[in-house]
Design a protein around this ligand. Structure first.
Ligand SMILES: [Zn+2]
Length: 448
């Protein structure tokens, strides 16, 4: 009798939880699971609707729909509610500006530095808030043939340090440009820099990970290793769709997205253990970012302050892999702070620790080469070969649409060959280095 009742109850239990967990990617509840032996991890990972984040030796975070806490308790996992750990009720850390104030501040900055900045919105959040981007370049309202680099912050609403550092970076670049700082002048005059401090203003306002619909935006992108592998924006969250359409309209070749919860630079792939193209270079760039930031280069958890995404923990539907796989835009994920929502008064310290690396990473977009076709509607195929010790090694073949292509590469000598769709072929050799800033980037004019 007791056994039968137990079986009925456990069946009901399974039915109850399988129905609530059918809502993929919902992150309404979050818990720190203190599972140092990883006893519960497999069981949790089997549930594909749940989101795992910030794996460490002692613990990891799990996010999911309402009922997650009950379920974790039912399987015996030792948990702490992240809302308590992150002190969401702690009024002392509530001095942060609202999303509206951030928008106002960005508008003020764009008006203060109009010769090099322009502000625009790439769309609206689920809650109807503008998704602001500032473009920084010497002719900000002209689409010039220059390397394009971007930063995106705050896609997890409760990870706020990135948003604040990016606003500070914009102001700092403006001030340094006008005070005659040659490093910044070189960068601004020869690059198109795009900065989006907050991808998730609704989440930032509510201090929650998900967007206004409690969806995890960093699990909402197409993923080449899953069934959701078509690069189509429709049907995703508004913030994701906006970023996807924006990316489609540009030619970014290097980018970073900023998070919080630990200190590390995470590099592709997240979704599979197979090495991503040019991983050696990606490691170099990641190490360089980490090299000047306290808590990164001297990290005891992550040697050198860097980690491969998949080695750390698998992420499906993340922005980083989508960016690199579908758009040839090498992206890393930078976790800036152990506390996701530190006291507001700590922000200047975080900025001073990261400011050199933030600028240096943007400059690295110049370590590459570009190809300009006869006109904006030209299309064709590009082959890049690296010449080493007299031998040629294929880097890759790339499709060029809309007349322009740029790729960040290892320093070295390359042979490039362009075959236009009309059959016309050109090839040349070019050196990629990082010692000299090429005017307007290292764009080859094969059709002068
Ligand atoms: Zn995050």
């Amino acid at each position: 009798m007791g056994l039968k009742l137990g079986m009925i109850l456990s069946t009901l239990f399974v039915l109850f939880f399988s129905s609530i967990f059918a809502q993929n990617g919902l992150v309404k509840e979050g818990f720190l699971v203190q599972d140092s032996q990883k006893v519960f991890l497999k069981h949790i990972q089997q549930n594909k609707a749940l989101v795992i984040d910030h794996m460490s030796k002692k613990s990891y975070e799990v996010y999911g729909p309402e009922g997650l806490g009950l379920w974790l308790k039912s399987i015996g996992a030792p948990i702490i509610d992240l809302a308590i750990i992150e002190g969401l009720d702690n009024k002392n850390t509530g001095d942060y500006p609202t999303p509206e104030k951030v928008g106002d501040d960005l508008l003020k900055l764009s008006k203060k530095f109009p010769d090099i900045m322009t502000l625009f919105s790439i769309g609206k959040s689920r809650g109807g808030r503008d998704l602001w981007v500032i473009k920084i370049s010497d002719h900000p309202n002209v689409d010039e043939t220059e390397p394009e680099v971007k930063y995106i912050g705050n896609m997890h609403g409760n990870e706020i340090v990135g948003r604040e550092l990016l606003v500070k970076l914009i102001e700092d670049i403006g001030n340094r440009y006008y005070s005659g700082d040659t490093e910044i002048i070189d960068l601004v005059d020869n690059t198109e820099v795009f900065i989006m401090p907050s991808m998730n203003p609704d989440g930032a306002l509510k201090r929650q990970r998900g967007n206004g619909a409690w969806k995890d935006l960093n699990r909402n992108f197409p993923d080449f290793s899953t069934l959701d592998n078509r690069d189509i924006p429709d049907g995703r969250e508004p913030e994701t769709m906006a970023v996807m359409k924006w990316q489609n309209s540009r030619k970014f070749s290097l980018s970073a997205n900023f998070h919080g919860g630990t200190k590390v630079v995470n590099y592709p792939w997240d979704t599979t253990r197979t090495p991503a193209p040019l991983t050696d270079m990606t490691i170099e760039l990641s190490k360089e970012y980490a090299s000047s930031v306290d808590g990164f280069f001297n990290s005891t958890e992550f040697p050198g302050g860097i980690v491969n995404g998949n080695v750390w923990y698998e992420v499906n539907g993340g922005m980083q892999d989508w960016s690199y796989y579908y758009h040839n835009d090498l992206q890393v994920t930078i976790e800036l702070s152990h506390q996701k929502w530190p006291p507001y008064s700590d922000i200047p310290q975080y900025y001073s620790e990261n400011s050199w690396s933030l600028v240096r990473f943007l400059k690295r977009v110049h370590q590459g080469l570009g190809v300009k076709l006869p006109n904006k509607t030209s299309a064709g195929k590009l082959s890049i070969l690296r010449i080493e010790n007299g031998r040629k090694k294929k880097v890759g073949d790339y499709r060029i649409n809309n007349g322009e292509f740029y790729k960040v590469l290892n320093q070295g000598i390359y042979e490039v060959q362009v075959i236009l769709d009309n059959g016309e072929t050109k090839s040349t050799r070019v050196e990629v280095n990082f010692d000299t800033f090429h005017s307007d980037g290292n764009f080859l004019s094969l059709w002068p």
